[in-house]
Design a protein around this ligand. Structure first.
Ligand SMILES: *Cc1c(COP(=O)(O)O)cnc(C)c1O
Length: 595
C-alpha cells in the first residue's frame, strides 16, 4: 500500500509534500494550513471542508466520458445528467453543483415534495428536473406547477396509480402537463448493498403487463405524446458492471418495443445512478471492477446496438449518478484529543533503589533489544510480564512495580514490532492488535459517518501531517459519543496505522475522505452532538479562500431543536446559581442581569 492507499482512493485529488497532505490543485494548499487557519478563529471541534473544484472535476469527467463514447460509437442521441438531491441537499453542496454544472445544463432529481421545491428553486429552465419516488396528488400538482412555470420536468411513475393521479390532475387543471417517464421493473437484478432498487422483487417500477396498461391509459387519455422517458435504477455503489449491461439490454428493448407501439414522443432512457466510488484504502479489497470510460462506452455501445438491430431511433441518455459526483468534494477533519496508551509512556517509570529482579531484567531487555535479538527478547519480556502479574496477584510485588513492568513490557513490544514492521509474523500481528493505540477523535461517528455505523462502509482515513514519519501504531478510533458503537475498530484485514504522537507537543488531525455523499443528511444528533462546522474552500493559482462558513449549532440551540425551551434552561440555570451559597454578590449581579 502506498501512503494510506492514496493511489487507490484519492483519484489524484491529494498529494503528500514535505510531510503534509495537500490538495493536488492549482497552488496545492495544505489541508493542515487550511485547518489551522479555521481553528485560529476559535473553531475547536470537527470541521467539514467542501471543495467545489472536486465537484467540477467529477461533472466534467462524466460529461467528457459520455461525449467521447458518443463520438466513438457514432451514437445519435444526446447525453444528459441530473443530480439526485437525496445524496446531498445542503445549500453549499447544491449551489456548487448548479454553479459548476451550468455549462452542461446539469439538472436535478427530486424524490420528495421538499426536494422538488428545491429543484424548482435551483434549476434553470434549460436544465432537466426528473422526479422519482412515491407521488401523491399534491406532489403531482407541484410538478404541473413546475411545468407551467417553464421547467423541463419529467415525472417518472413508479406504479399505475401514479399515472391515474397524473391523468386526474390533467383533467382538473389547465396547468401545463409535465413529461411522463415510466420506471421499469427489471427482471435482471442489481448489485451492491442496494440491489433491492432493481430486480423483480424491487420496491419500485412497472412490470411488463403494467407498462402495456400504462400505454393504453395514456392513449385513451390522449397523453401518449407526454410519454418521454424510460427509467431504471439498479442500486447504489454498483461494484460490478455486468448487471448494468443486463439492465440496459432489458430497458433498451422495452424502449424499442414502446416506440414500435406508437410512443413516438418517447426519446429518453434514464439509467439511474449507481456509479461507484472507491472507498477502500487497501488494494486487496477494491470495491469496483470498472472505470468511468468502460461504463460510458458500454452504455452508449449497447443502446446503439439494440436500437440499430430493431431499427429504432437512438434514445437520449440520462444519468442520475449522485455518489460519484459529490462524494469526493467533502473532507471531515477531526482533531485527535487523546492517545489512550500514553499512560504507558516511559516518563511514568518510577524505579525503586531495589527493584524486583524481574523488573531489572525487563530494564535490560528494553535497553539491549535490537534488530537481531528482538523476537527472543520479546518472548522473554512477555514471559516476565506474566510472572510479574502472578506475583502481584499473590501479593509479592506492589502497584508501582506492576506499573513499571507494564510500561517496560509495552515498550518492548512496541520496539519489537517496529523493528519487524516490514516483515511481521502472525504472532507479531496478533500482538499488534493487542497493544493497538486508541485514538480519541473529536467527532461523532453517528453524525459524520453514519454509513460506517449503519452498513459498515469504510471511508479512507489518514493524518494531515507527520507524513514523512512512519506510522506504525495499529489504530482504533474512538469518537466522543458514549456509545460503544462509536468506534472504528482496528481491522487486521484492512489495518490502519497512525503515528505515535505526543499531543502535548503537537496537534494531530485526521481526515476522513469521500464523505460528501449521503453522510450529511443521514447523520444524526446521537448524544446531542450536532453537525460539524462547515466551510467551502475555493482554490486558485495564488492561494485559497475560506467561504460560506456555517458554524455548528450552539449547545442551547441543539437542546432547542429537540423541543426544549432555550430560555427556560437558561433561566433555571441562572436562578439555581444565584440561590447557591458559594457565589459572591458581584457574581450574583452578573447572573441576574439579562443577557
Ligand atoms: C438514489 C438514487 C440515485 C442515486 O444513486 P447513486 O448511487 O448515488 O448514484 C439515482 N436515481 C434514483 C432513482 C435513486 O433512487
Amino acid at each position: 500500500m502506498q501512503e494510506f492507499g492514496l493511489d487507490i482512493w484519492a483519484n489524484n485529488n491529494f498529494l503528500i509534500e514535505n510531510g503534509q497532505l495537500k490538495l493536488n490543485y492549482k497552488n496545492n494548499p495544505s489541508l493542515l494550513e487550511i485547518t489551522e487557519e479555521i481553528r485560529s478563529s476559535g473553531a475547536r471541534g470537527p470541521i467539514l471542508l467542501r471543495f467545489p473544484h472536486l465537484i467540477k472535476k467529477q461533472i466534467d469527467s462524466l460529461y467528457n466520458n459520455f461525449s467521447n463514447a458518443i463520438v466513438q460509437n457514432n451514437y445519435k442521441g444526446s447525453f444528459n445528467a441530473v443530480f439526485p438531491l437525496k445524496v446531498n441537499q445542503y445549500p453549499h453542496a447544491v449551489n456548487a453543483i448548479t454553479r459548476e454544472g451550468q455549462e452542461y445544463n446539469y439538472g436535478l432529481e427530486a424524490g420528495s415534495k421538499a426536494e422538488l421545491l428545491l429543484a424548482m428553486h435551483k434549476t434553470s429552465h434549460q436544465a432537466n428536473i426528473t422526479v422519482n419516488g412515491f407521488k401523491d396528488k399534491e406532489m403531482v400538482t407541484l410538478a404541473f406547477i413546475a411545468a407551467q412555470s417553464g421547467h423541463n420536468i419529467t415525472l417518472t411513475i413508479e406504479g399505475l396509480n401514479e399515472l391515474k393521479t397524473i391523468i386526474d390532475v390533467a383533467k382538473q387543471t389547465s396547468l401545463s402537463i409535465p413529461n411522463i417517464g415510466i420506471r421499469v421493473r427489471l427482471h435482471s437484478v442489481g448489485s451492491g448493498a442496494w440491489a433491492k432498487s432493481g430486480g423483480i422483487d424491487a420496491k419500485f417500477g412497472l412490470t411488463a403487463t403494467e407498462i402495456i396498461q400504462a400505454v393504453k391509459l395514456l392513449q385513451t387519455s390522449k397523453l401518449l405524446n407526454k410519454l418521454s422517458m424510460i427509467h431504471f435504477h439498479i442500486g447504489s455503489q454498483m461494484e460490478d458492471i455486468a448487471p448494468l449491461k443486463k439492465a440496459l439490454r432489458e430497458a433498451g428493448n422495452i424502449y424499442a418495443e414502446l416506440r414500435k407501439m406508437g410512443a413516438t414522443s418517447l426519446e429518453n432512457i434514464n439509467i439511474g445512478g449507481g456509479l461507484a466510488v472507491e472507498y477502500d484504502q487497501h488494494s486487496s479489497t477494491k470495491s469496483r471492477n470498472y472505470t468511468l470510460e468502460e461504463f460510458s462506452s458500454s452504455v452508449v455501445f449497447l443502446l446503439g446496438e439494440i436500437m440499430d438491430t430493431k431499427d429504432v431511433k437512438h434514445p437520449n441518455i440520462f444519468t442520475e449518478s449522485g455518489r460519484f459526483i459529490i462524494a469526493s468534494h467533502a473532507v471531515l477533519i477531526t482533531p485527535v484529543l487523546e492517545l489512550f496508551s500514553q499512560d504507558y509512556h516511559e516518563d511514568f517509570l518510577n524505579f525503586k533503589d531495589k527493584n524486583p529482579p524481574l523488573i531489572d531484567e525487563l530494564i535490560d531487555l528494553n535497553k539491549l533489544l535490537n534488530d537481531s535479538n528482538a523476537i527472543e527478547y520479546l518472548h522473554d519480556a512477555l514471559d516476565h510480564m506474566e510472572s510479574l502479574l502472578t506475583l502481584f496477584d499473590l501479593g509479592y510485588i506492589d502497584l508501582q512495580d506492576r506499573s513499571n513492568g507494564e510500561i517496560l513490557a509495552h515498550n518492548i513490544i512496541k520496539k519489537a514490532l517496529y523493528l519487524n514492521s516490514s516483515n511481521p509474523t502472525i504472532e507479531l500481528e496478533q500482538l499488534q492488535v493487542k497493544i493497538q493505540e486508541r485514538y480519541l477523535i473529536n467527532a461523532s461517528v453517528f453524525q459524520s459517518l453514519p454509513d460506517y455505523w449503519g452498513i459498515n462502509q469504510s471511508f479512507p482515513i489518514m493524518p494531515l501531517n507527520h507524513l514523512n514519519e512512519k506510522a506504525n501504531r495499529a489504530a482504533s478510533l474512538w469518537d466522543i459519543t458514549c456509545d460503544s458503537d462509536g468506534e472504528i475498530a482496528f481491522n487486521p484485514q484492512k489495518p490502519l496505522y497512525l503515528h505515535d504522537i505526543d499531543l502535548d507537543a503537537d496537534d494531530y488531525f485526521l481526515g476522513f475522505f469521500n464523505v460528501g455523499a449521503y453522510q450529511e443528511t443521514l447523520g444524526m444528533d446521537h448524544n446531542l452532538f450536532t453537525k460539524p462546522s462547515e466551510y467551502t474552500i475555493f482554490i486558485d493559482n495564488k492561494g485559497y479562500k475560506i467561504d460560506n462558513a456555517c458554524e455548528s449549532k450552539s449547545i442551547l440551540d441543539i437542546l432547542d431543536s429537540v423541543g426544549y425551551s432555550k430560555d427556560e434552561i437558561l433561566t433555571k440555570l441562572k436562578s439555581d446559581l444565584v440561590k447557591s451559597d458559594f457565589i459572591t454578590e458581584k457574581e450574583k449581579k452578573r447572573y441576574t442581569c439579562t443577557t
